[in-house]
Design a binder for this molecule. Structure first.
Ligand SMILES: [Zn+2]
Length: 228
């Protein structure tokens, strides 16, 4: 009996480790970067829609004539459907960023399916168009996530460049860092809502300079669907 308890005590963390950390081996089959044969990049925005910051980001993208991708949180899309719809109507790509932005390392199979399914449904309802891509919060995956996405043929999209720094830097410096790290096919991971506090307000300050910097370096800013 004692031995069985010891075995169990070892087996549970091992199985959980394979289910969560082990699943990261499968990210090699996910999308980290687009086609490299063309000087183009895609901007992606996570954690919205935010009632205050997302419309301002949309204004900037409209002014600069850029189409990007928005990975929305289902619960937030349900609370701000008019913003979700505006994103879709402007021709941006939609992605599912789960229902509640929980870490999939903490979700068992059933909860994982619920986070993905409910997120997908809420975004579809709010935006009037179904999300075509998925990105897990903080990039944390598990085995059920891969199985669920495989069943619905939904690509899992990570990122090539995360230019945002946790330390506050000036908008000029932030845009310079983002431009410096550009390469063909790069997927930029940006945040138009608070996950990281103050993310939205910082973004609207440096986004125009980032777009202009990338263009100066000869990069076209294309929708995600065109980059892949
Ligand atoms: Zn996120």
């Amino acid at each position: 009996m004692k031995r069985a308890a010891w075995l169990l005590a070892g087996a549970v963390p091992a199985i959980w480790g394979a289910y969560t950390w082990g699943s990261h081996l499968l990210t090699v089959g996910s999308i980290w970067r687009g086609a490299r044969d063309r000087r183009a990049v895609t901007l992606t925005f996570d954690d919205g829609p935010d009632p205050e910051w997302t419309p301002r980001v949309l204004d900037i993208l409209e002014r600069e004539e850029v189409r990007a991708a928005f990975f929305l949180i289902g619960r937030r899309a349900g609370r701000t459907p008019q913003v979700a719809r505006r994103i879709a109507e402007a021709g941006h790509d939609l992605g599912n960023h789960t229902w509640s932005h929980t870490s999939l390392w903490r979700c068992g199979p059933r909860e994982t399916e619920r986070e993905i399914g409910q997120g997908h449904a809420a975004i579809s309802d709010a935006a009037g168009r179904a999300p075509a891509f998925f990105r897990p919060p903080w990039g944390k995956t598990n085995l059920t996530m891969f199985r669920t996405l495989h069943r619905s043929a939904t690509p899992c999209v990570f990122w090539t460049v995360q230019p945002e720094s946790r330390r506050t830097v000036t908008p000029v410096e932030q845009a310079r860092r983002g431009t410096e790290r550009a390469r063909s096919g790069a997927i930029y991971d940006l945040h138009d809502a608070d996950g990281v506090p103050g993310a939205g307000s910082r973004l609207v300050e440096y986004l125009p300079a980032l777009i202009q910097g990338l263009r100066r370096e000869g990069y076209a800013l294309v929708p995600l669907r065109d980059l892949l």
